[in-house]
Design a protein around this ligand. Structure first.
Ligand code: ADP
Ligand code: AMP
Length: 220
């Protein structure tokens, strides 16, 4: 199975991806996580991506397409993948189709999680992420059991440097201009499903899981 989880920054993609990947035995592939690791490790890719990420811009298509192309060819992707944060432009979506064609794979479902802008701002500015396993929390809406400590791996939680009010506003603008057009792109295909993300984490999860269950049956 290859599933794309789309939506604006803060919609809950990462939160849902963790659960969906576990439930459906898919590998969670997040370009944001991959790029943050590259920045942390000061790789060539990280050095190139850093400034774009810090100001809330998208990293150039050719860099992101190259890392996804390499990642999807890895053997651990053969059991099924949940893509989170990719594609983010029509160019990336077109490149993904080419990469999947070459690997004899296809997209089974595109899930778009949508949430209104004011709520996105609240979610992103209160987000905390685990330094160890990248699990996501929220200081009010989804706090860890122990303050600043990850429930899963006891890692320290931190606030992403792009989760400040000004950078979040820039990222939401970038989303409207560059990523939102992808909705129409995928709506034209019969694999698109929109989910109202302004509900509890559990309710959103139940809807996505039910849809994927159906797609799995359809695909068999
Ligand atoms: P994305 O990966 O789409 O940028 P995240 O999954 O990181 O978004 O979620 C953004 C923030 O909102 C996190 O702090 C997360 O804990 C919180 N969050 C996610 N889903 C919900 C929800 N349904 N209700 C309230 N808060 C949520
Ligand atoms: P995310 O973790 O998905 O919120 O992504 C964090 C940042 O990484 C974004 O603001 C972009 O700078 C960069 N990024 C992640 N995925 C992509 C992508 N598919 N295309 C371009 N930039 C990306």
């Amino acid at each position: 199975m290859l599933v794309i989880l789309m939506g604006p920054p803060g919609a809950g993609k990462g939160t849902q991806a963790e659960r969906i990947a576990r439930e459906f035995d898919l590998l969670h592939v997040s370009t944001g996580d991959m790029l943050r690791s590259a920045v942390k490790d000061k790789t060539t890719l990280g050095e190139k991506a850093k400034a774009y990420m810090e100001r809330g811009a998208l990293v150039p298509d050719e860099l992101v397409i190259a890392i996804i192309k390499e990642r999807l060819a890895d053997t651990d992707c053969a059991g099924g993948v949940l893509l989170d944060g990719f594609p983010r432009t029509v160019e990336q979506a077109e490149a993904l189709e080419q990469v999947l064609d070459d690997l004899s794979l296809k997209i089974d479902a595109v899930i778009n999680v949508d949430v209104a802008k004011d709520e996105l701002l609240n979610r992103l500015t209160g987000r905390r992420v685990c330094r160890g396993c990248a699990s996501t929390y929220h200081i009010k809406f989804n706090p860890p059991r122990v303050r600043n400590i990850c429930d899963h791996c006891s890692g320290e939680l931190y606030q992403r440097s792009d989760d400040t009010v000004d950078t979040v506003k820039e990222r939401l603008d970038v989303y409207s201009k560059q990523t939102h057009p992808l909705i129409e792109y995928y709506q034209r295909k019969n694999i698109y499903h929109a989910v109202d993300g302004a509900r509890s984490i559990e309710a959103v999860f139940e809807e996505i899981a039910a849809y994927l269950e159906k797609s799995k049956i359809k695909g068999n």
